[in-house]
Design a protein around this ligand. Structure first.
Ligand SMILES: Cc1ncc(COP(=O)(O)O)c(C=O)c1O
Length: 408
């Protein structure tokens, strides 16, 4: 199943409307929706529901247009409400990272979960398999070693087989086996020889696209990823091994790829919120970012406005996978001073509870509110208990970050 045509039409109409409104209103007005949580203490993580919906529809329409299944990564939001919205928007299931994160979504009744992290503890695999059995969840695993395959097999019950994806390293040099390597053949053999495992396909994450200089390089990385995966499919076909699924996924490559030929599934995560990094890479615009940190100016000196969000709120991440364009986020004045900081000021330094925003000779008054678009939405969300969800004409809603801190 792919995202449906209704979703695509709605998305195209919404996108066109939003862009037109944005162009008419100017950037200061695009900041207006962030003021809807004015009565709440700072700092807090706010989500603009309309923009979140547009982001979901944007990727659903990409999946539909290219006839690929959508299985978003929930490590970005860790929130059951958003996972359900993704399913309503055409996703076939979700991707999770750590076993305990996956467990939250299995227990919440999500129908299909891929654990895209190599599990090496038998107890973790067993816990997930038992929960999936009880909750009737289609649970899939990723492996990149013979040991990992053996670990999953240990937890599989009598008469059952766990669907397995082999992770391929397409350039991030994190997990995965290299195309054409001896270890690739060994792991595939171990999976196929096990009566408890079913070889389902291959999976990759081109996270090195975060280090690209812009859209052109991102498209080339996405192309190279597909070429590498194609070579694995062909090599396995030559040994009569059928590769049913080819799963790729990172937000830059999903938003920036020119083709998805040969791909059956995409797994973007960050696309729901986006962030200053996605804007820096040219795959998003500032008025598409749906998650921001609402802060207050607590002190001013010659160089900086000091805001009440430091590394314990924003995280110290300069960008995914150690990338970064300098600083710790982009800061915008909210309210009467909104236009004075134009396209944003850099959060140049962080203490634990303080952010140093370069004011360039235009300091905001003490107590003024400011919005920070973080470099990386995902770790910022993991530091929050809840998201303050804002929608025009409605009181803020509070959504629990249900899988917060689930790092085991
Ligand atoms: C295995 C895997 N798949 C998918 C994703 C989603 O990537 P992004 O957040 O860029 O969309 C990640 C992110 O770290 C990942 O590690």
């Amino acid at each position: 199943m792919t995202a449906n045509a209704d979703t695509v039409d709605r998305h195209q109409a919404n996108q066109a409307g939003a862009r037109e409104a944005g162009a008419r209103a100017g950037f200061a007005d695009a900041l207006e929706p962030w003021r809807a949580s004015e009565g709440l203490p700072t700092p807090h993580l706010a989500v603009l529901l309309d923009r979140l919906r547009l982001n979901l529809e944007q990727v659903a329409s990409i999946a539909h247009a290219h006839a690929v299944r959508l299985r978003p990564h929930v490590k970005t939001h860790k929130c059951i409400e958003i996972a359900r919205m993704q399913l309503e928007c055409g996703a076939v299931g979700i991707t999770a990272s750590k076993p305990q994160e996956a467990l939250v979504f299995i227990e919440a009744g999500l129908p299909s979960v891929t654990v895209a992290y190599p599990i090496v503890a038998p107890q973790a695999a067993q816990t997930l398999l038992q929960a999936a059995e009880r909750r009737k969840c289609d649970l899939r695993f990723v492996v990149d070693s013979v040991e990992g395959a053996g670990t999953i097999a240990l937890g599989v019950g009598q008469g059952r087989r766990a669907p397995i994806f082999l992770e391929i390293d397409v350039g991030l040099e994190r997990c995965g086996v290299k195309p054409g390597s001896a270890s690739l053949e060994k792991v595939v053999r171990a999976v196929r020889d096990s009566p408890k495992l079913e070889f389902r396909g291959i999976l990759s994450h081109a996270g090195h696209a975060y280090g690209a200089s812009g859209r052109r390089e991102i498209a080339a990385i996405a192309d190279d990823e597909r070429r590498q995966l194609r070579s694995v499919v062909d090599a396995l076909a030559a040994q009569a091994v059928d590769v049913e699924e080819v799963s790729v996924g990172s937000t830059p490559t999903v938003l920036g790829a020119e083709s998805f030929a040969g791909v059956t599934e995409i797994r973007p995560g960050n696309y729901v919120f986006l962030d200053a990094t996605a804007c820096r890479l040219g795959v998003a615009k500032l008025d598409q970012v749906s998650l921001g940190i609402i802060t207050s100016v607590v002190s001013v000196n010659e160089r900086y406005c000091i805001i009440d969000a430091g590394s314990k709120v924003l995280s110290s991440d300069t960008g995914p996978h150690g990338t970064g364009g300098g600083g710790f986020g982009l800061c915008f004045a909210l309210g009467p001073a909104a236009s004075s900081w134009g396209e944003g000021r850099r959060v140049a330094r962080l203490s634990e509870e303080h952010g140093f925003v370069e004011h360039g000779g235009e300091p905001l008054p003490i107590g003024a509110r400011a919005l920070v678009l973080p470099n990386h939405s995902c770790p910022a969300v993991n530091l929050a208990d809840r998201l303050v969800v804002l929608e025009e004409g409605r009181d803020p809603q509070f959504w629990v970050v249900a899988a917060r801190g689930r790092t085991t």
